[in-house]
Design a protein around this ligand. Structure first.
Ligand code: NAD
Length: 421
């Protein structure tokens, strides 16, 4: 391992994409560093009467293409470096989908499971009190991320509205539907990935009925399993942090989701489903056509990339494949559909929520799905074409695609050659 930071490693992908484009050095200089990262301490009253302070950040990485957009994470191990790297990824993800946004991210270093519900509400409201001058419907629009949810977004939108003195639902997305949330947001991440695979199935060499292995059985993983099984595919393996299940003929996804919803880790459902229990780490090596990492970052590394049997990987998680593993997979002919494209359905429907809040007119579910499908197919096809034409991986193609859009916007303000001539 080198001394490179997380952001340094993310920037490797920017440099790789830049080497394929004739872009001005100004563009790289602008995208190499976050524009603004604010750090503060949130001081809240605890239920026992004491006061406690929590470190919090908000990063607006780049806003050339529009207000910054990105989730808020409540996690005991959050760091500024992680926040800035996630904000960098959001900048590229929004550009990939051609959403009129830049990239942002926020976090509070806290284990929310140690807080009471009232303390959690006070902390959420304190976040917005601290960052009210930074967020805003035309400036920076947060959303849920790890350990934050719709109710927290509702508290935050309410706090912001009270501070500015007007109802401002468009300041935040991922809200409860009753408070201006969008239909279709709950399964949007998985649905975007599902539409992508479906659209490119022939090019990817996937049969209409293929075998799927899913790592991580939370929001993204469960919805992907459901959509894929409904389309006639066999979900042969799933895992959560307790372990993994395998059944060559396919698992009963409905029973799996019901059991998980009732609080059982997947391994406890083995007998009911007639499945075999295997170690969680072995999931990536099962016989399947499509592998869907939907858990955490850095799961497929130089140590295990050679064990992957699937011919396609759909990155529903952010950053599940390391740059070293990327190289091994490319050499072995495994196609990786990269996170900034594969899981961008979530931010796309967040964008729909913001549009609906601003126009005060709400779309039905069919309209949401049709609009998502159109964007996923358009951008997925464009990236596939770049990958074929330039003989690069889908990840590099996605970065080239996004960087082209970012560069056009940055260069439109004038570059060195313009000002020095
Ligand atoms: P989640 O917390 O609902 O689910 C995560 C799942 O991963 C849980 O089932 C957990 O048990 C499992 N897990 C943890 N460690 C594991 C391990 N070592 N092996 C196997 N499983 C393990 O989270 P989520 O919202 O589904 O997000 C999952 C990933 O997708 C994250 O990387 C997230 O950033 C990304 N993502 C989610 C969304 C979204 O809308 N939910 C959008 C974009 C990206």
């Amino acid at each position: 391992m080198t001394d490179d930071t997380l952001l340094d490693r993310a920037l490797v992908r920017l440099e790789e994409a830049a080497s394929h484009l004739h872009i001005d050095q100004d563009v790289i200089e602008k995208l190499k560093y976050p524009r603004e990262t604010t750090k503060t301490r949130l001081l809240i009253r605890m239920d026992d009467g004491s006061r406690k302070s929590f470190l919090a950040w908000r990063c607006r990485y780049d806003d050339t293409r529009g207000p910054t957009k990105g989730g808020i994470r409540f996690h005991p191990e959050s760091t500024v470096e992680e926040v800035e790297t996630l904000a960098f990824w959001m900048t590229f993800k929004c550009a990939v989908m051609n959403l009129p946004y830049g990239g942002g991210k926020g976090a509070v270093r806290v284990d929310p499971r140690t807080l009471s519900k009232s303390e959690l509400e006070r902390l959420s409201r304190a976040y917005i009190q601290a960052f009210a001058g930074i967020v805003g419907p035309d400036r920076d629009i947060p959303a849920p991320d790890v350990y934050t949810n719709a109710m927290i977004m509702g508290w935050m939108a309410d706090e912001y509205s009270q501070i500015v003195g007007q109802v401002s639902p468009a300041v935040i997305t991922g809200k409860p539907i009753a408070l201006g949330g969008s239909l279709g947001r709950n399964d949007a991440t998985a649905r975007g990935g599902f539409y992508l695979v479906d659209h490119l199935a022939r090019e990817l060499g996937l049969d209409r009925a293929h075998r799927v292995a899913i790592q991580g059985f939370g929001n993204a993983g469960q919805f992907y399993a459901k959509l894929s099984a409904m389309a006639g595919n066999a979900v042969v393996a799933v895992s959560d942090s307790s372990g993994a299940l395998y059944r060559a003929e396919g698992l009963d996804v409905e029973k799996l989701i019901a059991g998980k919803g009732a609080g059982s880790p997947v391994v406890e459902l083995a007998a009911e489903l007639g499945a075999t229990v295997i170690p969680a780490d072995d999931l990536i090596a099962v016989e399947a056509d499509l592998l869907v990492p939907a858990a955490l970052e850095d799961m497929i590394t130089a140590d295990n990339a050679r064990a992957v049997k699937a011919k396609v990987i759909l990155e529903l998680a952010n950053g599940p494949v390391t740059p070293e593993a990327d190289a091994i997979l490319a050499e072995r002919g495994v196609t990786v559909l990269p996170d900034i494209l594969a899981n961008a359905g979530g931010v796309t429907v967040s964008y729909f929520e913001w549009v609906q809040n601003r126009q005060g007119y709400y779309w039905d579910l069919d309209e949401i799905h049709a609009r998502l499908l159109k964007i996923v197919e358009r951008e997925g096809r464009a990236i596939w074409t770049i990958s074929e034409d330039r003989k690069v991986t889908m990840r590099t193609a996605a970065y080239i695609h996004a960087l082209g859009r970012l560069a056009s916007a940055i260069e439109a303000h004038g570059t060195q050659s313009f000002f020095s001539s």
